[in-house]
Design a protein around this ligand. Structure first.
Ligand SMILES: [Zn+2]
Length: 563
């Protein structure tokens, strides 16, 4: 892998595709390939074939990618990356780059300080995300803790109070910006969207300001009242400020989607998709509902492209798209021409592939969302990369993966490889194609980008450029979290340490130095790459001792970070 060997500023485009597992990509073995464009990009660019995220889901993954630190460093992730020494975007902003971000996902909002160093910051998820995430993540955590007699109520309130204050500020700021966009006072996002902009923001601002007033009068009391009942709180009132019901696809488009899917499913009865008419109707409804869950990748990238087209000077821009996560397969906010093209692309993919899905990639909606993302990225590349005299350095990756269909149980706070292994590729005409196959971490992506551009990594970055790692890669990589919701030192930290051939997942109490670390699961990845046969603690072979001692070291570091 070569660097640019000079210090000229180079444009950088970072695209993170939420929930994209490497094996979903055709060139990693997903056949029939839903991703012919990505297959080509992975061949043409320089990829990291053994790179692992710092956690799952998004909340625990992004600190690694953007700040080259682990989720529980610097006081933890409760406020995202607020307290990290420096963010990738800031390094570029400090060098005079223009910076932008067009992001779907909520967990990369300003609330979590992902706007650090970014001049044009555009969150592209709708107000409903604010309404849903507070109760589903933070309040439900508080409610669960209240049921635990060991946990004093004051402790829970103390942890939640500052977050609720930040949350209220965040909603107000979000609504003010969205209203300004509707009023034409903000330039980006360029295009209006029914889900983002279909709200009465003046009313929402009023509701959020009233809530903030009550909060300021009595923060503890206000927070306690949210825990008592979330139903008639300001969240319900906010949710009622939708101007029009967000129906996603319009009726004629819905019919076309259903007929596309039916034409695929019905003549093929049907070892892979056994279902009757009712099952099909339910599945079709779910597919269609997905279209209104959040902004499409097409919409996100179209806005990003408009922004790039305005840049006269060097830029750094980040796009985060959510279609694989939501199994969305249409740019439903864009015009009918675009929709017609997308339907035809899916039709031709389906008609070419009536059977033969692999065990890990047998979901039809997943395949279609991948096909959609691939075609959308291809359009974006044509415009911002291929048609340019000086194309940007493009970094394509994901925040984390997705569970294999054969797992059951809890979908959050797991450390399976399929959740942590991420695809990474760097593309630029000056970068030779190839791959680095050594073990590395998402914290190494930022330093590698800087190295490629001839920039130095700052002290606050914990990762290394892969050009400084040995051929075989790191001895081990780390993923960790303390569960969804607040970072509460009363909870144990969950830590996964993975070497090339072994993995240990442990639960480490943070408050009490005497309590021992509990090994939840260990895997010999050489003999059990699918992580189907966990080794219990009492049967752990001595060959695991190094990796267990890494868990101990990391626990000590986390204690120093949090206490
Ligand atoms: Zn995610």
């Amino acid at each position: 892998m070569n660097t640019y060997n000079h210090n000229d500023k180079k444009n950088v485009v970072l695209i993170s595709i939420d929930s994209l597992r490497p094996d979903m990509i055709g060139s990693y073995g997903n056949k029939p390939s839903p991703t012919p464009f990505l297959d080509g990009i992975f061949e043409q660019g320089y990829s990291l074939t053994s790179c692992y995220s710092t956690g799952y889901p998004t909340q625990f993954a992004l600190p690694g990618l953007l700040t080259s630190t682990l989720p529980l460093d610097h006081g933890g992730y409760q406020y995202g990356i607020r307290d990290r020494p420096i963010v990738l975007s800031e390094l570029f902003a400090n060098k005079g780059y223009n910076t932008g971000a067009f992001l779907n996902g909520f967990w990369n909002d300003r609330l979590f300080s992902y706007d650090r160093g970014i001049a044009t910051f555009c969150p592209l998820y709708d107000l409903g995300y604010w309404v849903r995430n507070l109760p589903s993540v933070y309040l439900s955590y508080g409610q669960k803790q209240l049921e635990d007699p060991q946990v004093p109520e004051e402790h829970i309130i103390e942890i939640l109070v500052p977050f609720i204050g930040k949350f209220l500020e965040g909603v107000i700021c979000y609504c003010l910006e969205r209203r300004a966009e509707k009023d034409g006072e903000r330039e980006h996002p360029r295009h209006e969207s029914p889900s983002l902009h279909g709200w009465d923001f003046s009313k929402a601002i009023e509701i959020a300001k009233d809530a903030r007033q009550s909060y300021e009068n009595a923060p503890e009391k206000f927070t306690r009242s949210l825990l008592d009942s979330s139903t008639d709180s300001f969240l319900g009132q906010l949710d009622n400020t939708r101007d029009t019901p967000n129906q996603g696809l319009m009726i004629d488009r819905k019919l076309r989607v259903v007929s596309l899917l039916a034409s695929y499913l019905i003549p093929w009865p049907i070892p892979r998709f056994p279902m009757g008419a009712w099952g099909f109707a339910r599945m079709a409804k779910r597919w269609l509902d997905n279209s209104r869950k959040s902004s499409s990748g097409g919409y996100t990238l179209e806005n990003l492209e408009s922004w790039i087209n305005e840049q006269n000077d060097s830029y750094w821009v980040w796009g985060h798209i959510f279609d694989v996560h939501n199994k969305n397969m249409f740019s439903w906010e864009l015009d009918d021409n675009r929709f017609g093209t997308e339907i035809e692309e899916l039709r031709s993919y389906l008609s070419g592939h009536k059977n033969g899905w692999s065990e890990t990639n047998r979901s039809l909606s997943q395949a279609l969302s991948l096909r959609y993302v691939d075609a959308t990225l291809e359009r974006f590349f044509e415009s911002v990369y291929e048609d340019r005299e000086e194309p940007p350095l493009v970094v394509l990756t994901s925040d984390h993966g997705t569970l294999f269909p054969y797992r059951d149980g809890d979908h959050v706070n797991l450390f399976y490889d399929e959740l942590l292994h991420i695809p990474v590729v760097f593309v630029h005409p000056n970068i030779e194609s190839g791959s680095y196959d050594g073990l590395c971490s998402a914290i190494d992506i930022g330093p590698t980008v800087l190295d490629l551009l001839g920039m130095e990594s700052p002290d606050g970055f914990k990762g290394e450029s892969i050009q400084n790692l040995p051929e075989g890669g790191r001895e081990y990589v780390v993923a960790e979290d303390m569960g969804r919701g607040p970072v509460d030192p009363m909870k144990p930290a969950k830590i996964a340490v993975r070497s090339a051939n072994r993995k240990v997942v442990c639960s480490a109490p943070i408050l009490d130095n005497e309590t021992r670390l509990e090994i939840i699961a260990a895997y010999n990845l050489h003999t059990d790459p699918g992580e189907r046969n966990p080794i219990v603690e009492s049967e752990l072979p001595p060959s695991f001792s190094t990796i267990v001692s890494c868990c101990h070291q990391r626990t000590d570091q986390i204690r120093r970070s949090l206490l």
